[in-house]
Design a protein around this ligand. Sequence first.
Ligand code: ADP
Ligand code: MG
Length: 750
Amino acid sequence: MQETRPQIREALIGPQASVRLVGGVGPKKAAVLEALGVRTVMDLLYNFPRTYEDRRNRVSVGELKDGVAAVFAAAVLSVSGKPAYYAKGKKTPLTVLVGDDTGAVEIVFFNSRYMDKIFVAGKRFLFFGTPQRNKGRLQLVHPDFENAAADGEYSGHGIMPIYALKSGLSQRDMQKWHEEALTAAAQVDEYLPERVVAGEKLRGISQALADIHFPEDKEALRQAKYRFVFEELLLLQAGLMRLKLGRESGQRGTAKAVDVTAEGFEKMLPFSFTGAQRRVVGEVFADMRSERAMNRLVQGDVGSGKTAVAAAAIYKAVKSGYQAVLMAPTEILAKQHYGDLSALFAGKLETALVTSGMTAASREDVLGRLASGGIDLAVGTHALIQPDVAFGNLGLVVTDEQHRFGVGQRVTLARKGTAPAAGRQALGTNPAPGTQTASGTNPADGANPALGTQTADAQAAGASYREAVPDILVMTATPIPRSLAFVLYGDLDMSVIDEMPPGRRKIATRSVTQGGRGEVYDFAAKEIEKGGQAYVVAPLIEDGEDGSVTAGLRSAESLLEELTARFPAHRVALLHGQMKQKEKDAVMSEFSAGGIDVLVSTVVIEVGVNVPNATLMVVENAERFGLAQLHQLRGRVGRGRAQSYCVLVLGSGSEDAVARARAMTETDDGFKIAEMDLSMRGPGEMFGVRQHGIPTLRIADLARHIRVAEKSKRTAKELLDSDPMLAKPENRAFGDKVESLFKDVAEVGL
Ligand code: ADP
Ligand code: MG
């Protein structure tokens, strides 16, 4: 650490050190920077470049090569194209021919206002950019440039950072500000434990910050990047491990001893379990019997029968004297689960539906019975996690299709847990429902530290006084590549249903380009005449949304119009996320009942909906959907006995789109599709990592950095094994960092 007086240090890198300390950043620029997430000087230091431009490759014009970034000096030879002063905002290209005595090259500016004032014939400039061949000629589009000194000397720019911009910011300004902010980098204390830095041969923080912005050479950049990738993954792993550790050591669950076996439960079902379902139910039941709180993720491809597994867990929980909840991400899905489960448990359990669409009166009634324990099973949406929802004796929380929920929401629900009095339960006395008060909002120990990890003292004081938390069962139909599973769900144990119920037919999948569209809908007509139903999914609700006119995307509304005209004898209806809940429900239940033949919709139907009579899924602009999402959509058909079909209609025949469509036609293995999706789009896109409540990764890429992720996981484990609280002096700074990164998770009481 540098020897700087603390006040000065604080002034430079403290939380009060506004980015306005940097020269040239006034209130307006500061506001734009804030929109980029940059508020303080520290934020600026951590605003890493989006990419870099190698400006060391000084060449003459004759040496320019297609696709190779270069710096060159050249004089303006001629200017063509009229700048558009009058047509405001209109893009009129301006072409400037520049050259030296070795050759000439075209420079193109699309937004050419004022450019003709700058590029006057005979004037010399330095250009930075990557030439591209266009109709046989080398061209540079929008290169960076500056006035060349009279003698044309080039002082050397090295590797230049290129930052993400927002309107109102220029790349030049951003580079200047970041360069200035680097004076503060020297003041940043190392927060990774010394032995990690040494053991992994990582660049120290100050050097790494300097090099990530303005590296001397490629090696310096590589080292800086590695340090931050490793650091980011280490923080993530350590945070997730602490969540899990906190649960294991600090959170006592409830032992659900009443003897319900998988075989026993199976007798209630109209089918027998698959081997995989039976095994997973066994794993779940073992967790539930134990006093340790269950935190289990059940992965199973669409149609693998997760609901029956959840039902088994619910049944065991209720038979053991507890209440259970099942939370679904959409109202449609909640209602479907409610319908299925209330039928299955008719005469056995008291079941209720909790959604935001309920009338005040029925809501009040249901909430009252939930609090008193009069309801055994509540099925609902996030309406279940509203503050006024309290449970008498909650023992099991099941969330379905959990990729739609964040860690935070999952946890909020879990905290609506059982009362401190539940301590007695652990000793084997199952109290009758209703004898306990809800205590979800009442942390048992006021000193509950962030991440829920108890202090050693609290543990020593005796876990028996600590409130027992409900078991958590999370179900997801998004198969997660094993390599990634731990990173995303490090806080959960995992079960996989890797077998389909017998007798399922493969869904015939094909992809067509625009030319094949007509045939697709002829085929749809035939399916409908045979008595089937069809889904048609569009990427947008209405035309014009999201710049769709230029992108040539189809909208659900335009498809409704088109298909209504095309199928005059059939019933075509629309479903999308902006419709009122009542309307959505009405449409969905009518489709379910067979009153609608073609349902045009957006991805709202993506998740979990079950209409066995639907045999055709058409996805328009399939290139706009991720593979995992397409796989989910495809899973909406093939739920009955008839052969089902999925047709992907491509709006663009780009190589990528074709490759993805091919992948879908070639396999129906959700895990394989997940692996491909991961490698094609990266995990952020794939799982909506942001929604998980875990910190966003700035620089690490879970698809590319699996090896580093594994390494950092080992390091995190070593750290936590030797210092579970990360409280030793040498680990404290790191522990603070973990805590602040996981603040959002901690705030909801983990
Ligand atoms: P998902 O895993 O996608 O949530 P569901 O639980 O909705 O799948 O099950 C899909 C369909 O398969 C349902 O109609 C369900 O009744 C049926 N099903 C589930 N398990 C079996 C089984 N072991 N044998 C036969 N049908 C089953
Ligand atoms: Mg399901």
